[in-house]
Structures are given as structure tokens and as C-alpha cells.
Design a protein. Structure first.
Length: 261
């Protein structure tokens, strides 16, 4: 059985999940300050901005180009806490990030589940090993995503709701990494399709659990369509397999903004 699409967060495992998040900071910019909004950004490297440059925290690869920081600059909330950290898994969010939530929190964003599914090791396997070995690892990750991840996400989402009872929560998904079909120097067509199939499995599980928790889901796949690795205008880096600054600005930011009510 070849698994449909799996993907996740954080090929740069240089980020430690135990790094202390940046202290709450008022958003800057020309927008009129929204005194009612207190925004906390949780999650992994796809939220922290690994690969997007302009890092305020190198250990967690928190980038001023990441979609949470961009949204805060444009929307000027009353407060913005950037707690997302590259390399984070669900236990790291529970142990190190949710403490920044409280009754005054009005908006929460989170991307999580990729590292729990084994993103970094899967990508290395698919880059360096055979098609069959790549598909085997993706099969294993898909089994985990279907069988174990739902329970772990349910527990995390319940904790977020308990700690931030008044917040709107937006769960942000993962984009397809590769263009399918045709020649690509980075990876063969079969592996690219298998990886994108894995992304579908992961996003389906995450979206389902978000809906069950009453949270919004921002689907990154349409937002990045036509800008995957191997396209003429990629918004995902082929070297670190993460969205670039342009990917956060033109892909993630519109998807997240559209999901915020």
C-alpha cells in the first residue's frame, strides 16, 4: 500500500523546542491599533518562519518574515506573543508554549503535527533512498497520523481552549512541497507525488480534529498552488524544505488572514 501524502514541520532541527519564546510585544506599523486583539502564535517551524530569514530568535528560528509577525505588523493588535518554535512537537507546545495563553487571549494560531509525524527523517529518507524506502516511511507516518495523532491533537486543542476560553483559534495546515509530474532536479516524480499524498493525509487529520474542537482551519495547499518546489516561482526552499519569506507573505499570510473572522 502506498501512502497518500504526508508532510510536516521542521527540517532544520537546529531549533530547540525548549527555547523561551519572545516576550509579548506590541505590533508596529501604520495600521490602526486594534485594542481588542491579543494574539498568541503557537506551533512549529512553519509558524516560526524557519528558512524565512530575519530571525529575532535563532534557536527557535523566529522570523520577522513569518506570517504571524507579518499579520501583527499589519493588524497592530493590542499585544502579540510569538511563541512558535522551530522543531516543536505537540509535547513542546504543551510544556513550553501554551503558558502564554490566558483569558485575555483573543486570537491563537498554530501549526503542529508535522514533526510528530517524522517530517525531517522522512524528507532525508526520500532524498537519499529508493522510491520503495521513501514510500515505506510515508506509510508509517500515515499510519501514525491516522491512528495516534488525532488523540494527541484532541488533548492539545482541549488545553488551548481551556487556557484561552475567549480566543478564536486558527489551525494552519501544511502546503504541498513539490510540483508533481515532469522533470525536477531535486527529486523524482514518484517520490514527489508520494510526499504530496502524505501531506493530504496529515492535513485531513489536522483539519478534522480542528473542526471537532470548533477551531478554524487555514488550508495552505491552495495558497501555495503553483509555487511549490520545482515550479518556476517557488515559495518553498529546496534546500531547507520550508516556506521562504515570499511564501509567508504571499501564501501563508493570505490563508491565515482569510481564516480569521
Amino acid at each position: 500500500m502506498r501512502v497518500p501524502r504526508l508532510l510536516t514541520t521542521a527540517l532544520l532541527a537546529l531549533a530547540t523546542a525548549f527555547a523561551v519564546p519572545a516576550a509579548p510585544a506590541s505590533a508596529a506599523g501604520n495600521a490602526t491599533q486594534n485594542a481588542a486583539e491579543n494574539y498568541v502564535a503557537l506551533g512549529d517551524s512553519y509558524s516560526s518562519g524557519t528558512g524565512a530569514g530575519d530571525y529575532s530568535d535563532v534557536l527557535c528560528t523566529r522570523s520577522g518574515n513569518a506570517y504571524p509577525a507579518r499579520w501583527a505588523r499589519l493588524s497592530a493588535p493590542a499585544s502579540f506573543t510569538f511563541a512558535a518554535c522551530g522543531g516543536a512537537k505537540i509535547p513542546d507546545v504543551l510544556n513550553n508554549q501554551v503558558r502564554y495563553l490566558d483569558g485575555s487571549t483573543t486570537l491563537v494560531s498554530i501549526s503542529i503535527g508535522g514533526n510528530d509525524s517524522g517530517f525531517a527523517s522522512i524528507m532525508l529518507t526520500c532524498m537519499l533512498s529508493s522510491q520503495a524506502t521513501c514510500e515505506q516511511r510515508l506509510d508509517e507516518a500515515a499510519d501514525y497520523a491516522r491512528d495516534e495523532l488525532p488523540r494527541e491533537l484532541d488533548a492539545l486543542y482541549a488545553t488551548i481552549r481551556d487556557r484561552a476560553p475567549n480566543a478564536e483559534v486558527v489551525v494552519v495546515g501544511y502546503p504541498y512541497l513539490y510540483k508533481e509530474g515532469g522533470f525536477c532536479l531535486s527529486m523524482g516524480s514518484g517520490k514527489r507525488t508520494a510526499i504530496n499524498d502524505g501531506a493530504d493525509v496529515l492535513n485531513q487529520v489536522i483539519a478534522g480534529r480542528a473542526a471537532a474542537a470548533g477551531f478554524a482551519f487555514a488550508d495552505a495547499r491552495p495558497a501555495f498552488a503553483g509555487h511549490e518546489i520545482c515550479t518556476s516561482d517557488p515559495w518553498i526552499s529546496s534546500t531547507n524544505i520550508h516556506p521562504t519569506a515570499e511564501g509567508h507573505e504571499k501564501g501563508y499570510l493570505p490563508a491565515f488572514s482569510a481564516a480569521v473572522s
